[in-house]
Design a protein around this ligand. Structure first.
Ligand SMILES: Nc1nc2c(c(=O)[nH]1)N[C@H]1C(S)=C(S)[C@@H](COP(=O)(O)OP(=O)(O)OC[C@H]3O[C@@H](n4cnc5c(=O)[nH]c(N)nc54)[C@H](O)[C@@H]3O)O[C@H]1N2
Ligand SMILES: Nc1nc2c(c(=O)[nH]1)N[C@H]1C(S)=C(S)[C@@H](COP(=O)(O)OP(=O)(O)OC[C@H]3O[C@@H](n4cnc5c(=O)[nH]c(N)nc54)[C@H](O)[C@@H]3O)O[C@H]1N2
Ligand code: SF4
Ligand SMILES: [Mo]
Length: 721
């Protein structure tokens, strides 16, 4: 996928609670920091660990290991003094929450029942270690599967250690592709890099297309910059089959059928090229394959594209003309659309548009995607990826999206006998929920989960280990949505018996008798060694300076116009309208084929969207007050479809297919397309009526590029119950 050196997006990416402190912030009288420089008062800097493009910075003031203040940094221009509703009460919501796991736990009930009893770290580690040793000697390391994702995006807690430990034991490798990889593969195929326009430069744009992204909710700190552009006259266009919170705010909401964006982008190119609206000089100098592309887009006339996308022909004409004539124009893409089967091609095609119109020439013009590559260049990745050489390339790898298949596969050799889950909650977040549960129910599977809470995945664990929260451990955090680097200093000592993920793996390595030094490196040393780089972007940024300021903007030029004169990171150095190294060399729209019978059985295209303001994926979706704020999950359906199905607004319905069913209330909405139904992603099945949530219905099919998840390509029926 990426030609970066070994960097994926992430590198950059009823239980016995013993010793629960249950101490809430509200229980602590807040004191003012100034004038209270008692010996034990200290303020440290930290940053949000969530899988969120904003990567907010904060300050924590403590007195005698108790938190006095938890505040967003007002000096970080992107955070701008505000944390979102998900994080603003973090100390109470997670660190001091009474349900938090604070000791190791061992299962005493049936798998899934959620019954555990506390046990000591010594006993728990010794039991897990001897089971692992037995699996390794009988079946080899590949019978062990780590399962982790962006639950903690810190380089130390999320990446460095677990990777070392699992590489050391020769565990199966996990393809961590559920978010970003398809989008990145598509953009890379065209531009050779994903870093385009930087977020704060959106203010210079005059025409902004938010294509399959929902910043009002998912990228909240970008939204004020978009509003600033709007106040300076920019037109805001949203392209999204769903009426997202952002679509409501837009000047123009274009609603194509799900998964048809490749056709829409090619249709725009058809109009631009046939009406001579392109920047021919830019094309001649900095692109490859205009002739092939011009021929290719003949198939995508507005008339044809209107049929595919369900849009009016005039919409395609107007969008293409407005886009080509305005300046500077910016297309903001993030992740949304990648979860369609055709997602990679969509990103590939969309990434071509700014080259056709020469939008790249101006500040605020071009494509805005991710920023993680800047950190890929700046930091010392050899230290994080250590010891890369011991992970044998021949070691089996399993795609995380097909976890259910992997756990239930009866011919897989060796079968997966142990699963380690950390920084992820696959029962809620991974497609084909019921197959995953079936796998987790296997009596012969050892499941170990490191967590803050007994999540719906942890309920199936044999052992749960208490992980520290971000306020209790060291880390260093890059960003995929900003150019700001953050340090995270522990503000308080670990609560109860919680330990950082890293410490768990150090202790397990010790228990298993491993001697290699790289398995024991202290967290703070990892933070320092990542910063040990001569790269110009890191000049003046040191461990000491970061400790003082908390965050730093990488030393990238203030006026960042990466492709004003080409400079694409492709083999040709040009924007690849035609890419001879990829099959097919030109992106095309290929619908998923269903038989007439399948379409009749499951007539609706299901979207399961991260539309919850108060949850971050499945995180925080166990907090009563946030569940209440969010309201009960509903399925959105169009007036016409509701009438056909005899469904009235507020009726209880079941949404179902061959994989599962979800019970919720129907909400009839004008702005839902006929043939499409939408329900929110994030709710936990155990806290949902009927015991199932969105991913009970989704398919574990892979996308066209990057091994991603075609989560949004699911078909269902809906019935009033
Ligand atoms: N509040 C909140 N914020 C979050 C998250 C959260 O769970 N809650 N999750 C975080 C994470 S992990 C990520 S990756 C980012 C994602 O942030 P975004 O990239 O904004 O992605 P999504 O929310 O997945 O999807 C954005 C929009 O894409 C639309 N979409 C779906 N299919 C299609 C299609 O075929 N075509 C088009 N044009 N649009 C389509 C959806 O309807 C949705 O409104 O947000 C992060 N921020
Ligand atoms: N249907 C559907 N499914 C989706 C999506 C969708 O749009 N629709 N979006 C997908 C996307 S974009 C993403 S990114 C994935 C996200 O999927 P996940 O990465 O599984 O996201 P979370 O649900 O937030 O789970 C993170 C877990 O990590 C835990 N955690 C946090 N910090 C730590 C730590 O320091 N140590 C340990 N051990 N645990 C910690 C949290 O408590 C939480 O339970 O979901 C995907 N799934
Ligand atoms: S979840 Fe995102 S918006 Fe909220 S505090 Fe964290 S980084 Fe900021
Ligand atoms: Mo994501």
């Amino acid at each position: 996928m990426s030609n970066q050196k070994d960097i994926d997006r992430r590198t950059f990416l009823e239980l016995g609670v013993q010793g629960t402190i249950g101490l809430g912030l509200s229980a602590i009288p807040l004191i003012s920091i100034s004038g209270c420089a008692g010996n034990n008062t200290q303020t440290v800097h930290g940053a949000c660990y969530h899988d969120c493009p904003d990567r907010c910075s904060w300050k924590v003031t403590t007195l005698n290991n108790e938190i006095q203040e938890f505040q967003a940094s007002s000096d970080n221009p992107f955070t701008a003094g505000k944390l979102c509703t998900k994080m603003v009460n973090f100390p109470n919501d997670v660190t001091f929450h009474p349900d938090r796991v604070l000791t190791p736990l061992k299962r005493v009930g049936k798998k899934g029942e959620g019954k555990f009893e506390p046990l000591s770290w010594e006993t728990a580690l010794s039991e897990v270690s001897s089971k692992l040793s037995s699996i390794i000697s009988r079946k080899g390391g590949e019978a062990i599967l780590p399962y982790s994702f962006g639950g903690n995006q810190g380089l130390v807690q999320g990446k460095a250690f677990p990777n070392r430990f699992f590489a050391h034991i020769g565990a199966s490798q996990l393809e961590r592709t559920i978010c970003g990889d398809t989008a990145v593969a598509g953009v890379m195929a065209t531009n050779g890099q994903t870093t385009g326009v930087l977020p704060e430069d959106i203010i210079y744009s005059q025409y902004i297309i938010l294509w399959g992204t929902n910043p009002v909710l998912s990228n909240q700190h970008l939204w004020p910059f978009i509003q600033q552009a709007k106040s300076k006259g920019a037109k805001i266009v949203v392209i999204d089959p769903f009426q997202s919170q952002t679509a409501v705010e837009a000047d123009w909401h274009i609603q194509p059928l799900p998964g048809t964006d490749t056709a829409l982008a090619l249709g725009m190119m058809n109009v631009i090229l046939s009406e001579n609206l392109q920047d021919q000089d830019y094309i001649d100098q900095y692109t490859l394959g205009i002739q092939e592309l011009t021929e290719h887009v003949q198939k995508y006339s507005p008339k044809e594209v209107a049929k595919i996308t369900g849009l009016k022909e005039q919409t395609i004409f107007t969008l293409a003309r407005e886009y080509a004539k305005a300046a500077p124009t910016l297309i903001r893409v993030l992740i949304g659309m990648e979860h369609q089967a055709n997602g990679g091609s969509a990103f590939r095609a969309i990434a071509m548009l700014p080259a056709l119109t020469g939008a790249w020439r101006e500040l605020g013009g071009g494509l805005m995607h991710m920023t993680y590559e800047l950190f890929g260049q700046a930091l010392n990745w050899d230290k994080i990826n250590l010891p890369a050489p011991i992970a044998k390339p021949s070691t089996r790898s399993i795609n995380m999206i097909q976890l259910g298949q992997a756990l239930t596969d009866t011919v897989l050799e060796p079968p997966i006998e142990a699963l380690f889950v950390f920084n992820s909650n696959p029962v809620v977040t991974t497609p084909n929920q019921n197959l995953i549960i079936q796998g987790l129910e296997r009596e012969d599977l050892l499941t170990v989960v490191l967590e803050h809470f007994v999540t719906d995945t942890a309920r199936y664990a044999d052992y749960v280990f208490p992980a520290t929260s971000v306020l209790e451990n060291w880390d260093i955090l890059t960003s995929w949505g900003t150019p700001y680097l953050n340090i995270n200093q522990p503000a308080i000592k670990p609560i109860g018996e919680a330990k950082p993920n890293t410490e768990f793996f150090r202790l397990l390595a010790q228990e298993m008798g491993f001697k290699e030094e790289y398995l024991y490196e202290p967290d703070i040393d990892i933070v320092k060694s990542v910063l040990d780089s001569e790269h110009e972007y890191l000049q003046g940024i040191t461990f000491e300076s970061l400790k003082k300021t908390g965050w730093a903007r990488l030393n990238i030029p203030a006026k960042w116009i990466p492709h004003a004169e080409g400079n694409f990171n492709t083999p040709s150095g040009k924007c690849q309208l035609y890419n001879p190294d990829i099959e097919p060399a030109l992106p095309g729209y290929t619908p998923v084929k269903y038989s007439a019978e399948e379409l009749a059985t499951y007539p609706f295209h299901l979207l399961t969207i991260k539309s919850t303001r108060n949850f971050l994926n499945s995180s925080h979706a166990n907090l009563d007050y946030l569940i209440e704020k969010e309201g009960n999950p509903v399925v959105d359906i169009s007036e016409q479809d509701a009438e056909i199905k005899g469904i009235k607004d507020g009726d209880q319905v079941k949404v179902f297919n061959q994989r599962g069913e979800v019970i919720l209330k129907a909400r009839i909405r004008k702005k839902v397309r006929q043939g499409v139904v939408c329900l929110p992603q994030g709710f936990w099945p155990s806290l949902t009526k009927g015991g199932s949530s969105a991913n009970a219905l989704t398919d574990d099919m892979l996308t066209d590029m990057g091994g991603g998840a075609a989560i949004q390509e699911a078909r269902v029926d809906i019935l009033k119950i």
